[in-house]
Design a protein around this ligand. Structure first.
Ligand code: ZN
Length: 102
């Protein structure tokens, strides 16, 4: 999962960023479409990086033998939840509380 994300991130970082501001002659229509393309890539990149952080945190919990335990209440995270979200850091109740706090 981490490798997949690393690959996605490096692909996204390599494209289309090198095109923007690399001295390519562009008319304004091209520039506008490049900009929205870049915005979209940035948004995907942002969420991929966020997900990667969660995966890395999950890997750290595996190493520390706390994987599968809620980082807030210390309770066991149900296996069904870990199947759906292997990088889940919180039990369903704490995740809901965490999401509301944001
Ligand atoms: Zn919890």
């Amino acid at each position: 999962m981490r490798d997949d994300l690393d690959r996605s991130i490096s692909i996204l970082q390599g494209d289309p960023a090198p095109l923007a501001g690399a001295g390519y002659p562009q008319d304004s229509a091209d520039a506008a479409s490049t900009l929205s393309e870049t915005d979209r890539t940035e948004a995907i990149l942002h969420s991929a990086r966020g997900q990667r952080d969660e995966v890395l945190a999950a890997l750290a919990r595996i190493e520390g033998n706390t994987y599968g335990r809620c980082i807030d209440c210390g309770g066991d995270i149900p296996e069904g939840r870990l199947d759906a979200r292997p990088d889940a850091a919180r039990c369903v109740g704490c995740q809901a509380k965490h999401a509301r706090r944001r």
